[in-house]
Design a protein around this ligand. Structure first.
Ligand SMILES: *Cc1c(COP(=O)(O)O)cnc(C)c1O
Length: 457
């Protein structure tokens, strides 16, 4: 052990692991004793020892003892298409979110499409959406035939800037799609006030916001519909899966019918004997997916508490470092889901060390991290869809002028945010408090050595 250039943190860990209180007990060299005062360890990217040496919690989590019984029963029963287990999952999920109804389906993208189509959103309509989101939000809008119109992001909260919504409303605006991105709530009370004033529909993309809430009310229950995703990295992982929640019974009946070819369901019956009323599609969840979902749902509450606790602690530690600006929560947010933990990196405070190199240095310390989203308002998919047959039929040609569209959809605050953001994945927030200390220590070390790291390229 002696002779290795252990950092203070590694040193403390080694000692506590061995149950040793005093430095003398392991025969430390004078250099190591000196290292105890502050972290003078070399950055891992420059050949030093990395700060975080253990593993981060795996994702998804699977415990055969508690998770497999219902899944095996489902598989062995041979009833694999939608039946009782999917219904059970829907009931539990609706209760979890605090909505009257829930429809489980294949994924979050199609939850968004089905909701918008059944709310009557389509060709010729504009839907307001933030550019700081996953591509699924905007392609879902385009799939309905509607046009996404981008509202700039508030860089402090990473959410749609509600103060910039009204300026984007036109006679074509039909709906707002707030996205609770990263699992941090968009300001729904303010957004609902705007929506009511202008008679707009609201479809919440809550695909990252399970259990997040404002004033005790869950994300997904403010608008006309709330949409969720259960894909593998998500906080409720099923591989693939999604859900729509709403209190509107007729709307939910239509969504059900639509997700099952359009076959009659509930109030969607038409004249008796007249046959299928809706032109639907097929988006049904399977029984074994629902069995996995039920197992994952059991952990959600406890894990959400841990993520919130660790996020608050990590935020309080790293905000002391110059140039690190952690997320700010909107007013009255009582809980977030922290699908991701975001902060802004100001390279000016790091001797102009580019974000790319900051990320590499952090990764080398054993802290996996990401630069996050790139601007969705400027990608070629929009130009491409404007050239399709359907869009040419649905829109006047001036609306399909891509350069004019780009001009109208500039989001400068978002552009800058996309250059500055850094994320940690949700599973890291399930680790110990001491692991949060490691993250903070790693960032601090990079801050201290920014000049050297920058010069070493
Ligand atoms: C994951 C996600 C979706 C889409 O969900 P899928 O289940 O992958 O189709 C939509 N919006 C956001 C913000 C997401 O994170």
């Amino acid at each position: 052990m002696a002779g290795k250039n252990y950092s203070r943190r590694e040193f403390v860990k080694q000692n506590s692991l061995a149950g040793l209180g005093a430095a003398v007990a392991v025969g430390l060299t004078p250099t190591l004793v000196a290292n105890c005062a502050t972290d003078t360890g070399a950055p891992a990217i420059l050949g030093g020892h990395k700060i975080h040496t253990g593993e981060w919690p795996v994702w998804p989590q699977w415990n055969p003892a508690t998770d497999e019984e219902q899944l095996l029963k489902a598989i062995r029963s041979g009833v694999w298409s939608r039946a009782g287990i999917v219904t059970e999952f829907e009931k539990k999920y609706a209760a979890t979110i605090g909505a009257k109804r829930c429809l489980a389906l294949v994924n979050g993208t199609n939850a968004l499409i089905a909701s918008m189509v059944q709310l009557g959103i389509g060709g010729g309509d504009e839907v307001l959406v933030p550019p700081y989101t996953f591509i699924a939000s905007t392609v879902a809008i385009l799939q309905t035939g509607a046009m996404p119109v981008f509202v700039d992001t508030d860089p402090q909260t990473f959410q749609i800037d509600h103060n910039k919504i009204e300026a984007k409303i036109t006679p074509r605006t039909r709906a707002i799609m707030p996205v609770h991105i990263l699992g941090l709530p968009a300001d729904m009370p303010k957004i609902m006030t705007i929506a009511r004033k202008h008679n707009l529909l609201v479809v919440e993309d809550a695909c990252q916001a399970w259990l997040a809430e404002i004033d005790g009310k869950k994300m997904g229950t403010f608008g006309n519909a709330g949409c969720f995703s259960f894909s593998n990295p998500k906080n409720i992982p099923i591989g693939e899966g999604g859900a729509i929640v709403s209190d509107d019974e007729e709307f939910m009946d239509r969504c059900y019918s639509y997700h099952n070819y359009g076959n009659p369901y509930g109030t969607v019956i038409g004249e008796v004997g007249s046959g299928t009323l809706l032109a639907g599609t097929k988006l049904r969840m399977t029984e074994y997916q629902a069995a996995i979902g039920l197992a994952m749902l059991k952990r959600l509450e406890e894990q959400t508490v841990i993520r919130n606790k660790n996020a608050a602690y990590l935020s309080s530690q790293i905000k002391k470092i110059p140039g690190i600006l952690p997320y700010k929560l909107n007013d009255k947010v009582t809980r977030a889901s922290f699908h991701l933990f975001p902060f802004r990196y100001k390279k000016e405070e790091f001797k102009d060390l580019p974000r790319r190199d900051f990320l590499r240095a952090l990764d080398a310390e054993g802290i996996p991290c990401s630069s996050g989203y790139t601007p969705l308002n400027k990608m070629p998919y929009i130009k491409n869809v404007m050239q399709t047959k359907n869009f040419k039929l649905m829109y006047p040609s001036e609306m399909l002028d891509y350069n004019k569209y780009l001009e109208r959809n500039q989001c400068p605050a978002n552009d800058q945010l996309c250059e500055e953001a850094v994320w940690f994945a949700q599973n890291m927030l399930l680790a110990e408090k001491s692991d949060m200390d490691d993250i903070a220590a790693a960032i601090e070390r990079i801050h201290k050595n920014a000049e050297k790291i920058k010069g070493n390229k």
